[in-house]
Design a protein. Structure first.
Lengths: 113, 110
C-alpha cells in the first residue's frame, strides 16, 4: 500500500519557470490537500479539494493553481516561480470527509533561484 | 480562522523522562484532533487521532487527551527515548481542513 505519493522529491527552478507537482493516493480518499512548510511558519494550506470535481483556496493560494484530475490525483502548478515559493510542499489526503485521519506524502523540496 | 498554538516550542530532556506537550486551539467546532511526528527532512507520520466525542486516545507510550470545550489537547510521552527525538505537530480538524500548529521540537539525549 503506497499511501500518498509525491513527485518529484527535489526540484530547483529558475525565477519565472513553471512546474507541476504531482500527488496521487491509493486509499480511495475523498479529500486532498496541498500544504507548504516554511521554517518558523508551520504548515500552511495552499489549496484543497473536498471531493472529486471541487477545489478551494486555502490560506496562501497566490501564485498557485491546482487540478483534481480524478479521485486519485491532485496536482499543484506554479505558473511563474518566485524565490518566495522556495519551500517544502506536502500533499495529504483523508477519507471520509471530516472524521478520519489525514495521511501525508514525503514532500517535495523546491528551491527557486 | 482556527489558530493553533503549541507549547513549548522546543524541549531537550534526558532519556527516561515523562513528557507533556501542549496544544491549544481557538475554534472548538472541530471533528477531531490529530497528533503527528515529523523527523528532519521527512513527511508527517500520524501518531494518534482523537475524535471530538473522545476524551483520550492511547498508543503504546503515547497518550493524547482532548478537552474540546476549552480548546486544549495534551500529548503525554512516557519514558522518553532518543528515538522519540522529532518535531511533534497537532492538527485540530474542521469539516474539511486540518489546521496545524508550529510544532514542538523534541530532543531526547542518552
Amino acid at each position: 500500500n503506497a499511501g500518498v505519493t509525491q513527485t518529484p522529491k527535489f526540484q530547483v527552478l529558475k525565477t519565472g519557470q513553471s512546474m507541476t507537482l504531482q500527488c496521487a493516493q491509493d486509499m480511495n480518499h475523498n479529500s486532498m490537500y496541498w500544504y507548504r512548510q516554511d521554517p518558523g511558519m508551520g504548515l500552511r494550506l495552499i489549496y484543497y479539494s473536498a471531493s472529486e470535481g471541487t477545489t478551494d483556496k486555502g490560506e496562501v493560494p497566490n501564485g498557485y493553481n491546482v487540478s483534481r484530475l480524478n479521485k486519485r490525483e491532485f496536482s499543484l502548478r506554479l505558473e511563474s516561480a518566485a524565490p518566495s515559493q522556495t519551500s517544502v510542499y506536502f500533499c495529504a489526503s483523508r477519507y471520509p470527509v471530516g472524521n478520519t485521519e489525514a495521511f501525508f506524502g514525503q514532500g517535495t523540496r523546491l528551491t527557486v533561484v | 480562522k482556527q489558530e493553533v498554538t503549541q507549547i513549548p516550542a522546543a524541549l531537550s530532556v534526558p532519556e527516561g523522562e515523562n513528557l507533556v506537550l501542549n496544544c491549544s486551539f481557538t475554534d472548538s467546532a472541530i471533528y477531531n484532533l490529530q497528533w503527528f511526528r515529523q523527523d528532519p527532512g521527512k513527511g508527517l507520520t500520524s501518531l494518534l487521532l482523537i475524535q471530538s466525542s473522545q476524551r483520550e486516545q492511547t498508543s503504546g507510550r503515547l497518550n493524547a487527551s482532548l478537552d474540546k470545550s476549552s480548546g486544549r489537547s495534551t500529548l503525554y510521552i512516557a519514558a522518553s527515548q532518543p528515538g522519540d527525538s522529532a518535531t511533534y505537530l497537532c492538527a485540530p480538524g474542521g469539516s474539511y481542513i486540518p489546521t496545524f500548529g508550529r510544532g514542538t521540537s523534541l530532543i531526547v539525549h542518552p
